[in-house]
Design a protein. Structure first.
Length: 451
């Protein structure tokens, strides 16, 4: 919405939320305190806010004034009831649709921006249609699907120069109204028009294919380690085939983020719902492999450290699900750290952007002072936030790199090795560190996918 406001100064954009604290943060004079860390976002908000970009808790008033309403609420995986663990929880979409139905005036175009299961638009339409019938309303609605393909960390660049914008709908006038907004900065040939159901399904499919590529390369990484091949060489070799392409072939600790797992599970649930068991179990494997990869890395650490990490201090560099974001949702670091804590390890965790309170929530454990290396193994695992890679490495037996923050490419391995207990290890789950330098400094180095 900030980018739309930035690119379309003639359009008034009002972002509303029930959460007053969040809205206040979006209105904070200090742009470094916006609730989402995203490179370039502060500049965009700084340019548009107060001019034609507004943040408010006046939800009904904003709906009433709007020609177009984007439903951008979260649709997490259900945790209970039918479809728990797989289906999307659509309660916030429904609540929002009902609120739009009640508060809208005149003709309103309702755009599904949230990622939704196929045929959700039917429910949204039904709710809106009920209001349309209201005698004293005089209101009418059109529903469009306009899924978002941006990735975190590159969101602004992705929005400013998207590979494509997808608009699904049945009402040509509504579609063209939305096209005219994106058309302000997106070339016409990149704006794809589809029917509603294709648009909804394309989002799930794009994420499923992307995640599948990561599980595929991670599966081959394990085979590389076993055979003496190097997954980066394999990735380069296969990525040079123009039919495959070079991107999204980076082996790592498994994919995280708010979308991939959720969307695949949702796809799996939909397939089962339509009786397509073989299709469901095909996609389910992408998630299973990803879980396996995360557990595998924790197991690798334990095995290497003579079969036990109890009472040992381990330095964990990076907790976000990828670099350039403070987001930890489904971060592979969560499962890996939990496994190691379960094994009794003492983790010193550093991430420049992630709030330690968030790490505590993810690990479901408050931080505690960790025992000095070499002290009698206490048995209970724990974790402590630290401010730098050096502070993390102090007295540690191993350094684990779990997020590909740029700073971890240039660590001073001589200095870090000097702080560690010997023998010392580097487990580089992102294969970004200078492995030669770490080896030269006396560390035993494991890199994902390197045989
Ligand atoms: C993803 C999709 O890319 C985006 O189009 C969609 O709108 C939302 O979901 P995002 O979750 O922000 O975006 O991040 P992405 O860059 O796709 O990375 C997801 C995960 O895969 C991260 O944990 C990342 O580290 C991992 N990844 C990515 C790899 O392990 N290897 C790769 O080659 C690429």
């Amino acid at each position: 919405m900030a980018v739309i406001a930035d690119r379309c100064p003639q359009i008034q954009v009002t972002v509303v939320d029930l959460n007053a604290e969040r809205i206040a943060a979006w209105n904070d004079d200090d742009l470094s305190r916006l609730p989402v860390y995203e490179p370039g976002l502060d500049a965009v908000v700084g340019r548009a806010r107060g001019r034609n970009l507004h943040f408010s808790t006046e939800v009904d008033a904003a709906i009433a004034a709007a020609d177009m309403v984007f439903l951008s609420v979260n649709t997490p995986t259900k945790t209970r009831g039918v479809g728990a663990g797989q289906a999307s929880d659509l309660r916030w979409i429904e609540v929002s649709a009902r609120q739009v139905a009640a508060a809208a005036q005149g003709h309103t175009i309702v755009v599904e921006k949230s990622t939704l299961p196929v045929r959700t638009a039917e429910a949204v339409k039904a709710i809106l249609a009920a209001a349309q019938g209201d005698a004293h309303g005089g209101k009418t609605f059109s529903v469009l699907s306009n899924p978002e393909f941006l990735a975190e960390g590159t969101a602004i660049a992705d929005l400013e120069a998207p590979d494509r914008v997808l608009i699904g709908g049945e009402d040509d006038a509504a579609i063209e109204a939305l096209v005219s907004i994106y058309g302000q900065w997106v070339p016409e040939e990149r704006i794809l028009r589809t029917n509603l159901w294709s648009s909804e399904l394309s989002k799930l499919t794009a994420n499923a294919f992307l995640a599948q590529r990561i599980s595929s390369i991670n599966s081959i990484a394990a085979l590389c380690e076993a055979t003496g091949a190097d997954v980066r060489e394999v990735a380069r070799a296969i990525g040079s085939d123009s039919r495959l392409g070079a991107r999204f072939l980076q082996a790592g600790p498994g994919f995280g983020g708010s979308c991939f797992q959720k969307d695949i599970l949702n796809l799996v649930y939909l397939c089962r719902h339509y009786g397509l068991e073989a299709v469901a179990s095909y996609w389910e494997q992408v998630v299973s492999l990803n879980n396996w990869q995360q557990h595998r890395i924790a197991r690798k650490v334990v095995q290497s450290l003579f079969g036990t990490v109890t009472g040992k201090r381990l330095a964990v560099l990076g907790f976000a699900f990828k670099a350039d974001t403070n987001d930890t949702r489904e971060s592979p670091a969560i499962r890996i750290c939990r496994d190691l804590i379960e094994e009794g390890a003492q983790l010193a965790i550093v991430d420049a952007k992630v709030d330690p309170a968030q790490i505590a929530r993810d690990l479901e454990q408050a931080p505690q002072e960790i025992a000095a290396a070499g002290s009698v193994p206490a048995g209970e695992g724990g974790w402590l936030p630290v401010a730098s890679a050096e502070a993390a490495a102090q007295g540690a037996d191993a350094v684990l790199i779990l997020t590909e923050w740029a700073a971890y490419r240039q660590l001073d391995w001589v200095a870090i090795a000097a702080l560690m207990r010997r023998p010392a290890w580097l487990f580089d789950a992102r294969a970004i560190a200078d492995a030669d330098a770490a080896r030269a400094a006396g560390l035993t180095v494991w890199r994902v996918g390197e045989g």
